[in-house]
Structure formats: C-alpha cells, structure tokens
Design a protein around this ligand. Structure first.
Ligand code: AGP
Length: 613
C-alpha cells in the first residue's frame, strides 16, 4: 500500500521526510515523491520519480528543496502505471496546493468528468488527483484549507489517508482519513504525519491516532482533530513501547528471518504479560466484553484474511476443543458480502496483524450491524480494528516488517489458546486444574521453539535440496490442516513457487493425481490421533515417487521407515503442535526463497497491509 508522511516545524523538512519515507519502504512501492513550501519564495515545489527512493534522493541531491513544511509519498499503483507523472504529490491547477494519498477513490472518474467540465486540467491518470482539484474548487480567501479539505472529502467514496499543504497557508499541514490509517507524531515545536508508526519513531515516540472520518490540522506548535463537519475531538496521545531498532533487522539478513527467530521471546512475553505470576489467572486488560456477556455466547465466528485466516482456522479446533462451542471461520472478503446469520448471541473474533485490512474492517462493520459482539485479535496498538471492536486482545508481537507473517501468526495462535482457556473457565467447561495443566504445557512451548530454531542450519540445507521443485503440496490433518495451508502460503508468497495446502484425507479425492517425481510433498506427521492416517498418506505418496519432506515428532522411531527428509519438532500435545509446526515450515519457505534470489521481505505484488479492497 502507499505510504504518506508530512512534516511541519522549524527544521529543514527534506531530510526528515526522506528518512521517514525510508522507514515505510517495507510497505512495498513503485515510485516516490516530495513537495515542500519553499521558505524563500513561499511557493510549492515538487520532486518525484518512478522506482526506489534512492532515485528520488538523487533528484533531490541535484535540486534540493529548502522549506520547513512538506509532504512525501511512496506509491503502490492502483490507478495509472508507476511513472513520474502518476507519482505523488499531486498539485491543483495553479500549483498552490499539494496532496499525498493512500487509498482508492471509487467515484474518481465521475468526479474527474465534473471537474473537467468546470475547467480543471488533469496531468495524471490517478484517482488521487481529483482530490486536490476538489480542494481547489472549495478553497478561497474565506474558506481555510481544512474546511476546503472537509468539503472535498465529503464528496469522496472509497478510502483515503491524506496529507495536504498550501502555499497560501504555509504554517499549516492538514490530514484526513477514511479507511486508510493515519497517525500524528507529536514533537516539540514540530509535528509529523504518517501512514504508519515507524516513519515517526526517529523523532518521537508520542503519537496520536487519527480515527475514521477525522481531519487533523497540524502547525509547528499544535494539532487539532475534528470530524469532517468541523466538530472538535479530543484524543489522548499514546507512547509507543518499541523503538526503531526493533523495527530494524538487528543483524539478520532479512526482517522475516529476524521475526521468525523472535517467536520464542514473543511467546514468552505474551505468557508473562497475560499470566499473573504464580497463579493461573489469564489477564486481558483491553478485553472489555464482560464475562457475563461471554457466557451467553452460543457460537463463535472468526473472520480474517491470509495468515490471520489460517490462525482462525486453527482457532476453530482450539475453541471447539476447549470451550465446546460451535465455531465457524470465514475469509473476510467472503464474510463481508454474505447474508450473515449472526446476532447478539454470536461472538465474532476478527484477527488482523495490522488492524487495517480493508476486508476485515468491512466484515466487522457488517457484523456490528447484526449486533454481534466483536473481539479483535490484533498486533498494532490503536489501529482501526481494535478501535472499532468491543474488546481487543493485543498479540504483543512487536512490529512485523516482513510482508510474510511469521511471529504475528504464532502470536495470534497464542492469543487464541489463552482466550479459549479464559472462556472455558468463564463458561465452567474447564476446571482450575485442567486450565493449570494446559497453561503448564503452553509455558513449555517457547524453549521447544528454540530447539527447532537451533536446527535452522540443517533445515536450511534440507530446503536448498528442494529449491528446484516447480510445485509443492502441503498435507496436514486435524489442527495441523491449517498449518499445512499456512506453510503453503508462506512458500508461495515469498518464493513464487505454486504451493497448495490440503487436508491429507482429501488426497484420494483429487490431489493424488498430482503426485509424481517432480512434486515435493510436505507432510505434517507429528504425534496425533491421526498419525497412522498420515503414515498411510505418506505411503501413497512414496508409491508414486512423490518427493517427501516430513515434519515428525522427536523420538518417533517409525517415521524413518517411510521417509528420509525429516524435520523433527519436540514432543508436545497435538493441541499445541501448530505453535511448533509453524517454525520449520517458515524456515523451509524462507531458505527456498533466498536460494531462488527472491525479495523475501518485500515479495512482488504483495503489501504488508491490504488497506484497500
Ligand atoms: C501473510 O503472510 C500475508 N502477509 C497476508 O496474507 C496477511 O496475512 C493478510 O493480508 C492479513 O493481514 P492482517 O493480518 O494485517 O489483516
């Protein structure tokens, strides 16, 4: 998705905006640009270029911009090819206003026609450009910039996070949001605007989140938030509890490898912060749905996308086993358009690492219309999803920069285990002793994850022995059927190798036709109720020369009769095994992708947070 940044203060804006843009590179982009109000001439000057930020940097080195108010942008093309003309910022007819935008304006072509008839000239193919001409239309001596922006955005359909400057009011930077995240960085004598927190962390840890349908006016010394009708909103700032170093690679080759290796620490942190020392009480401070209301829930519906959806599928097995409640799971893009059979007796759990995924937000809004209680499982404090939910369980995984989710996935699983145990206790389905037993086992997982990570060099070598396969099949059963889906997603999204996950029991119903010596098949055959069934699947694959990679439990002395390429995980109960199975599958995908020379942290065509439909 696009990234927007803005600065207003006493310092030269160009270097600040450039370094802020670099903090947003992980979001994926194809062009970038910057606009400043030149102090000397009180005019707006724009520099923009297709390609990586370093192209823009060279342009600015040749023709620097001197000014203390500016906006900048990394563009992920949605309308119009990635080129210099379509790059943001975009200006009005007279070059007096400049704007950067993240989102999609769905009614832009109608607006473009109307504005064209009123004499506005367009330079680009973008949807964004209609916004700056709309602002121009409403902007006048008696209408301040923020009012012109309010009038303009009320005409827009779709999603936007905006940064707007005008040479006529050089002491002002205006932001507005609907559907795309926007955050204000609070400085001393300066303020920052950004799509995401890492862009401001070099300068400040104090931020304010701009909410849906809100507008913010920044000056060097102040900020004010209003709704689109100008009504004032007071919102407290929050202090970000992680620093930019955490968002860096800390010596790892890729963010993904760093984050993959952080998983034991993340899980330890989650357990330490959720389980009071010595006792087995499970604490969710931001979970504001009352126990009484939870007791009344007759069913649970989980909604999410991508990796979060796979966590939700595992959540079905977890919640049904521990809470004895029927659980259904939907991808958000389907859920949001279905004629939903949910009401106040259904708890909707929305899972999202970013808290900004458009389909999941839309699904939650649909569910709220039906009076369902909404519980968010989210990794970004203060993002949109938690603010629109009745309660939230933060996953505390820290910033996840790699586009391919790793630590956020196992953190989502951890949140679901803990919530299931909490709910089972609230509903008196589990007694104290049973909960204590499960928690004791859960506490054993982080060192077991460390054991797997201790073997990552061996797993890397095994991965590289399979780098030449043109397609992979991932098979699992029970609670590890979602693990198979997630393993396949990891491989395909960073190595671009076709990979699909399947319920192993489905082999005879189609997929077995795929098996030959050119197909790699990853089988999750750790100790479980269906272990023998997995052995049968493995034998079927061997009989057809499929190339096997098996995930098995340490100490399993039978598995070597059936496979040579084996990755062992420590013994744990089937219920908690997804927390371990995930790691070798992530490492397999990572090392294959690296061996294929892929851009592991910013895979082609993907973005970290899909804030548009
Ligand atoms: C997973 O590796 C992908 N990055 C993607 O499928 C992601 O899980 C999905 O877009 C959902 O994102 P969210 O968790 O931020 O809502």
């Amino acid at each position: 998705m696009c990234g927007i940044v803005g600065y207003i203060g006493q310092k030269q804006a160009q270097p600040i905006l450039l370094s802020s843009l670099k903090r947003l590179e992980y979001r994926g982009y194809d062009s970038s640009g910057m606009a400043l109000i030149l102090t000397a001439k009180n005019a707006i000057s724009v520099r923009k270029a297709a390609g990586k930020i370093k192209v823009l940097e060279k342009l600015l080195a040749k023709k620097p911009l001197q000014g203390i108010v500016g906006i900048a942008h990394t563009r992920w093309a949605t309308h119009g090819v990635p080129n210099q003309v379509n790059a943001h910022p975009h200006a009005d007819c007279l070059g007096e206003i400049a704007i950067v935008h993240n989102g999609i304006i769905e009614n832009y072509s109608q607006l473009k026609k109307e504005l064209g008839k009123e004499g506005h000239t367009f330079r680009s193919q973008t949807d964004t450009e209609v916004i700056v001409h709309l602002i121009e239309k409403y902007y006048s001596r008696n209408v301040p910039l923020e009012e012109a922006v309010s009038k303009a955005v009320l005409k827009l359909e779709g999603s936007f996070a905006l940064g707007v400057i005008s040479r006529r009011e050089p002491g002002k930077l205006v932001g507005a949001r609907l559907g795309s995240p926007l955050v204000v960085g609070i400085g001393r004598g300066e303020h920052f605007l950004s799509s995401d927190i890492p862009a401001v962390l070099d300068s400040t840890k104090e931020v304010v989140f701009v909410d849906e349908k809100e507008l913010v006016v920044l000056t060097a010394d102040n900020y004010t938030i209003t709704d689109f009708l100008g009504r004032r909103i007071i919102r407290k700032s929050v202090l970000i509890d992680w620093d930019i170093a955490q968002a860096q690679k800390l010596g790892y080759t890729h963010f993904m490898l760093k984050e993959l290796n952080e998983q034991p620490k993340v899980l330890e942190h989650i357990l330490a912060s959720r389980l009071k020392k010595g006792v087995n009480s499970i604490v969710f401070e931001e979970q504001r749905i009352s126990d009484e209301k939870l007791r009344k829930m007759r069913a649970i519906h989980i909604v999410a996308c991508g990796t979060a959806y796979h966590a939700g599928l595992a959540g079905k097995y977890i919640l049904e086993e521990l809470c004895r409640l029927p659980v259904s799971v939907d991808v958000s893009s389907e859920f949001r358009y279905r004629d939903l059979l949910i009401d106040e007796s259904v708890l909707v759990i929305a899972i999202s690492q970013s808290g900004e995924t458009a389909d999941t937000l839309a699904g939650v809004r649909e569910a709220k219309e039906k009076n369902a209680a909404i519980l968010a499982v989210c990794n970004v404090v203060g993002s949109t999803l938690p603010r629109e939910s009745d309660g939230v369980i933060y996953t505390y995984a820290g910033p996840e920069i790699g586009v391919a989710s790793t630590k956020a996935y196992t953190a989502q699983l951890a949140a679901l285990y803990l919530f299931a145990l909490y709910l089972a206790r609230v509903k008196s389905v589990l007694g104290e002793e049973q909960v204590a037993k499960y928690l004791t086992e859960l506490r054993r997982i982080p060192p077991q994850q460390e054991t797997i990570l201790g073997a990552q060099k061996v797993i890397g070598r095994l991965a590289r022995r399979h780098v030449h396969f043109g397609s992979f099949l991932y098979l699992g059963r029970g609670i590890n059927f979602p693990s198979a889906l997630e393993g396949a997603l990891k491989l395909k999204e960073i190595s671009y190798i076709p990979a699909e996950g399947y319920a192993a029991g489905e082999m005879k119903h189609g997929p077995i036709a795929l098996i030959d010596e050119y197909r790699a098949v990853v089988c999750i055959a750790c100790q479980s109720r269906v272990y023998e069934k997995m052995i049968s699947n493995i034998q079927e694959i061997r009989a057809r020369q499929g190339k096997l990679i098996v995930i098995a439990t340490a100490g399993d002395d039978k598995i070597q009769d059936h496979a040579r390429e084996i990755i062992y995980i420590p013994r744990c109960s089937e219920l908690f095994s997804p927390l371990l199975v995930a790691l070798p599958l992530q490492l397999l995908a990572y090392h294959i992708a690296v061996a294929r020379g892929c851009d592991v942290d910013q895979p082609r065509n993907l973005a970290k947070s899909v804030t548009v439909e």
